[in-house]
Write a protein that binds this ligand. Structure first.
Ligand SMILES: Cc1cc2nc3c(=O)[nH]c(=O)nc-3n(C[C@H](O)[C@H](O)[C@H](O)COP(=O)(O)OP(=O)(O)OC[C@H]3O[C@@H](n4cnc5c(N)ncnc54)[C@H](O)[C@@H]3O)c2cc1C
Length: 388
């Protein structure tokens, strides 16, 4: 394992004024360019390469990574303030930012110097696209994975299937967890950087999704796909540690903050609508039924934001801690998002059911109940710590 630091020695690369300027710039970007991309993605059902290029050109894909690998080295809690903003326009835009700013966390602690140059730095720079590849059609997500490799000299041969892989169809590499053939549990797992369109890889584009429109998802079938041993991150047996070890806890917190950002968009839309829509001679905002609903939504949202920041602080203080808090924030924030988007939809009345910003937010929100684990999986993590 390399000794490359997960965070830079200097934890504050930007002073308060510089960070405030960056945040204002991003707020302006998501409210203007972000909304234009939202319209285009919803109309055309695709994420144009130009959007990736624009985000990369503005430096938004390398905000969180340490400066030692080409990132801007923002402290995690500061990055969360930005991901909250990126979650307000289209979910596919946020997905690009989230994935690009998060994947290095899996790779960096296990990459050797050569792999840092070949995979980590180009990923942080946005020169290569990497897709996080864990979920399988015929197994549970974790020590149950069935994708397997055999080794012959300097080559692994990979067989099995993965599906629902975000940006897997357009990726250059798959950061993939498999197991040594014949092994069981976590011990025989292995993490490989697999060329996404290499020999022995059938890379199929999956059907359209209900929300997060435009992001491609891959169903991958591997038939003795050759992968050089030099593409292995960590040792044989480290597979799940690479895939979920240092990555999952901050990623769940980042997903929780995504829920906060998307819910704030839903709330803003509902507040605006409640002031404009008049029935029986008065704006519906003047009715207690509506204003109390909005008040409950705002309270719910703020509680989720605070719990998420608490999880972030816990993890930043001690990166080996925070699993319970991270799952609590993901659980609470994704349930909050469900309540808030449903409440916002109700404020819109029947018009909310027609194609519109609130209808898009409602669809995008549902995906957050899967990303980085379902409710049930979060509850298992929390209960495990409680009952230990
Ligand atoms: C839009 C989208 C993008 C995705 N992108 C990626 C990606 O980039 N990379 C990737 O690897 N995966 C990705 N996934 C997969 C995602 O992580 C999984 O959908 C999620 O972890 C749930 O796993 P599953 O779908 O296999 O559900 P299943 O395991 O089939 O679970 C079905 C239900 O049973 C429950 N359940 C399962 N096991 C247990 C248990 N032991 N105890 C109690 N309840 C249980 C689950 O909580 C769920 O409610 C994506 C999914 C979606 C929808």
């Amino acid at each position: 394992m390399t000794t490359a630091p997960l965070v830079d020695a200097d934890p504050s690369p930007l002073d308060e004024a510089e960070f405030a300027a960056l945040k204002a710039e991003i707020r302006d970007y998501v409210e203007h360019e972000g909304e234009r991309w939202t319209q285009l993605i919803e109309d055309e059902h695709r994420v144009p390469a130009e959007l990736w290029d624009e985000l990369r050109g503005r430096g938004y894909l390398s905000l969180a990574a340490p400066r030692s690998v080409g990132g801007r080295g923002l402290p995690f809690a500061r990055y969360l303030e930005l991901i909250e903003l990126f979650s307000r326009p289209h979910a596919s835009l946020r997905m690009i930012v989230h994935v690009s700013n998060g994947l290095w966390r899996s790779m960096l602690p296990y990459a050797n110097e050569e792999q840092i140059d070949r995979f980590v730095k180009p990923q942080v720079a946005g020169d290569i696209r990497v897709a996080f590849t864990l979920t399988e059609p015929n197994a549970g997500t974790g020590a149950d994975i069935k994708c397997s490799v055999t080794r012959d000299g300097d080559t692994y041969y990979l067989s099995g299937q993965k599906h629902m892989i975000t940006f897997g169809h357009t990726a250059d590499y798959l950061l993939l967890a498999a197991r040594m053939e014949g092994s069981r549990g976590s011990d025989g797992t292995i993490a490989l950087m697999v060329p996404a369109h290499g020999e022995g890889v059938q890379n199929n584009l999956m059907a359209d999704t209900m929300g997060v429109i435009g992001t491609d998802h891959a169903h991958l079938i591997f038939d003795r796909a050759p992968v050089p041993v030099e593409n292995r991150l960590g040792e044989e047996g480290d597979g799940l540690n690479v895939a979920v070890g240092g990555f999952l806890v901050p990623s769940r917190i980042s997903v929780a903050m995504t829920c906060v950002g998307l819910a704030s968009k839903a709330l803003d839309l509902a507040v605006e609508r409640s002031k404009q829509r008049e029935t029986f001679g008065k704006p519906i905002a003047t009715r207690q039924a509506i204003s109390f609903r909005l008040a409950e939504m705002a309270t719910d949202l703020e509680a989720a934001r605070r719990l998420t920041l608490h999880a972030a602080e816990t993890w930043e203080r001690d990166p080996s801690a925070g699993a319970k808090e991270s799952s609590m924030s993901k659980l609470f924030a994704s349930e909050m998002l469900q309540r808030v988007t449903d409440g916002a939809m109700q404020v819109f009345g029947g018009m909310g059911f027609f194609k519109s910003p609130i209808e898009r937010v409602y669809r995008d929100a549902r995906a957050q109940r899967f990303e980085e684990g379902t409710y049930e999986i979060q509850k298992q993590t929390i209960a495990r710590e409680l009952l230990a």
